[in-house]
Design a protein around this ligand. Structure first.
Ligand code: DC
Length: 223
């Protein structure tokens, strides 16, 4: 199997994937792809069009007819920058519908592959090292305890002036883990050949430095 110059970062919600992956991409000078934002954008567009999230055909149509672009770490839906809009609590709750729809996954997986084959990327999600880029040269599995992840999610919500009790956020994290791991297509799994990075008690800086060292060792064009 020919390996490709892609770095994948998978892991559960709130493990710190976005912040570390974005920073890693900047340090390495490669494109950053946030695949969770793509699923979130489909949820956002479905709601905006007044369609039912439970209607698999509607979700598929929305995925097919929407243009999704990733530029400098930001996500554009039909040309509009929705990077911040897709992070709301409402979309965090709604995203499981497109994420669990096999036809939506097929469309987005195909688009992610195309992006990864065009140029070197650091891509984050749940299935990047297992389904989308099984032949990536460098794979990470980034994780942290549920409590640590809930604390981080709460911090993120507060910075957006949203609030929720800790127990509720923790419960949502555990529910999302279950939904992510039990999905039939593209479930969250630790790739066998991934390097596991546990981020409990570590600064972002420490985590990114650990990942950068490995990535530079593995990818010849970064040396
Ligand atoms: O990483 P995130 O919280 O933005 O992801 C949002 C949701 O999208 C999450 O519940 C799982 C799903 N997802 C997915 O199924 N596959 C991916 N490659 C990325 C995210």
């Amino acid at each position: 199997m020919e390996l490709i110059d892609v770095i994948t970062v998978d892991g559960p919600a709130g493990a710190g994937k976005s912040v570390t992956t974005r920073s890693l991409a900047t340090r390495l000078g490669v494109e950053y792809l946030n695949t969770g934002a793509m699923y979130r954008a489909i949820a956002l567009q479905t709601i905006r069009l007044g369609l039912s999230l439970e209607d698999a055909d509607a979700l598929e149509r929305v995925a097919r007819e929407s243009t999704l672009e990733s530029r400098q770490g930001r996500t554009f839906l039909n040309g509009e920058d929705v990077t911040d809009a897709v992070r709301s609590q409402e979309i965090s709750q709604a995203v499981r519908y497109p994420a669990n729809a096999p036809s939506v996954r097929a469309i987005l997986v195909e688009r992610q592959r195309r992006i990864g084959l065009e140029r070197p990327v650091v891509t984050e999600g749940r299935d990047q090292g297992t389904v989308v880029f099984p032949d990536a040269r460098c794979k990470f599995y980034l994780t942290a305890s549920p409590e640590e992840r809930a604390r981080r999610r709460l911090g993120e919500l507060r910075s957006r002036r949203e609030n929720a009790p800790f127990e509720v956020v923790l419960e949502q994290i555990l529910a999302r883990d279950k939904s992510d791991m039990e999905r039939e297509i593209g479930p969250l799994r630790e790739p066998k050949d991934a390097i596991r990075v546990e981020s409990d008690g570590k600064s972002i800086e420490e985590v990114v430095s650990e990942m950068e060292r490995v990535a530079r060792e593995r990818l010849a064009f970064l040396q």
